[in-house]
Design a protein around this ligand. Structure first.
Ligand code: GLV
Ligand code: MN
Ligand code: MN
Length: 421
């Protein structure tokens, strides 16, 4: 089924996205890391991540795109524009998933970008600016911290040397994993080459579906902080060591986890506070847990609220140490400020949605995205499509073919309108 674009700002034959082709590519790429429950387990720089990248790169090469890979494995697929001196328009997202995650978070954005390249290719549309689609490495941060790593490198927040030595829980370094999958690149790709960044993504929340809307026009992404907490007690024999004098790191962690929940609840409606990662050592039924490592994550649109939550966490860490006789250390691993997207681009997406006859509303993003990093170095905005029941970071994350097609049509309209400016 083909979806005609409803208006064409550049005043030439409207290129049409191919809904069936987009859906087929989404289905095909989801085999790499598919889980029996219908989800996706495709951690950053894993073999499956390599396979998914190969799939996209091969498709882009078929369209005649030039492919570049930088030191962090960020992969760029570029369709030339007619003006060699004009900066490129960048579109992107990620192909890695959460552990036992969904098939569309990030992946949809890359495949919609590929559909954009395909539409332009088959309609022989000449754009003034080159159109470049990026696959950012390790957006999720599930295997290597922090999240949005490849995009942050591209934006100049870290050097490659700092990031390539980051290890997963098994002690494997990112740099070695990228080499193994063939994505330890040598190309230097710089933000100065690009004029603007557009990212399309599933909403990961229920608002668009609840309100029966097709497009979310994203205005900002709320701030996020991650803290890695180490709790050290004393391990020992569970049958012999008396209860009264134990220094059980997991019991202490359970106190802290409840405190973190309360920190979120103390900010009605807007507070988000989660412990989603826990490593218990030695993790044996008959050994008192001697060490626990956990990650605390806070989100809120207001920096002042994040500051309050952080102060409460520091208080809770102290209380945990005092109450359970354990040693507690904390290291902040991510501080992503609230990101306001570029107002002209927000307007443009809104106009493009309307030109395509799609219903839309302005909204904020509760989730973090590569676009947060890109916005530090170029005009940036995002487009959302609905996501079934708002479920994401879960194996039953789902979208419909129509939602996917609606978003891709708006992406094409937006990019072409921007190109013609
Ligand atoms: C991105 O996946 C996030 O955690 O918001
Ligand atoms: Mn994502
Ligand atoms: Mn995600």
């Amino acid at each position: 089924m083909r979806f005609p674009l409803c208006s064409q700002v550049v005043g030439m034959t409207t290129p049409q996205i191919d809904s069936a082709r987009l859906w087929k590519s989404l289905t095909e790429i989801s085999v790499f890391g598919a889980t029996p429950a219908g989800g996706l387990h495709r951690l950053a720089a894993s073999k499956e991540d390599g396979q998914a990248r190969d799939y996209v790169v091969a498709a882009a090469r078929e369209l005649g795109c030039a492919v570049r890979i930088d030191a962090l494995g960020n992969t760029f697929m570029r369709r030339a524009g007619s003006d060699a001196n004009a900066k490129a328009i960048l579109v992107g997202s990620h192909l890695d998933s959460q552990p036992l995650g969904g098939k569309y978070d990030g992946i949809y954005g890359v495949m919609a970008g590929l559909e954009l390249l395909r539409v332009l290719h088959e309609s022989r549309t000449e754009t003034k600016h080159a159109i470049e689609v990026a696959v950012w490495t390790n957006e999720e941060g599930a295997r290597f911290a922090p999240a949005m790593m490849g995009a942050a490198y591209f934006a100049g927040k870290f050097t490659a040397d700092e990031l390539l030595v980051r290890k997963d829980v098994d002690g494997v370094q990112l740099g070695n994993s990228l080499t193994e999958i063939g994505y330890a690149g040598i190309d230097i790709v710089s933000p100065v080459e690009h004029k603007a960044y557009f990212e399309i993504h599933i909403e990961q929340g229920p608002i668009l579906q609840d309100e029966n809307l097709q497009i979310g026009v994203v205005t900002l992404v709320q701030g996020m902080r991650w803290f890695r907490i180490g709790i050290s007690g004393q391990s020992g024999h569970t049958g012999t060591y008396p209860m009264e004098t134990r220094r059980d790191a997991l019991v202490a962690a359970s106190h802290l986890i409840k405190a973190v929940q309360q920190i979120g609840l103390d900010q009605p409606l807007t507070g988000r506070a989660t412990v989603g990662h826990l490593v218990v050592t030695p993790n044996s039924p008959n050994v008192i847990p001697g060490h626990v490592e956990l990650m605390v994550e806070f989100r809120n649109p207001e920096v002042a609220v994040l500051d309050v939550m952080t102060a409460s966490l520091n208080q809770a860490l102290k209380e945990t140490a005092d109450k359970y006789g354990v040693e507690v250390v904390s290291k902040q691993e991510l501080d992503s400020a609230t990101i306001d997207f570029t107002s002209e681009l927000i307007d443009l997406v809104e106009q493009a949605a309307s030109a395509c006859g799609k219903t839309s509303k302005r909204m904020i993003s509760g989730a973090g995205h590569d676009a947060c990093q890109l916005s530090a170095v170029m005009p940036t905005t995002m487009i959302f499509i609905p996501c079934d029941k708002g479920i994401s970071h879960a194996e039953n994350e789902a979208i419909t073919q129509d939602w996917a097609a609606d978003g891709a049509a708006v992406l094409v309209e937006t990019v072409l309108a921007f190109d013609s400016k």
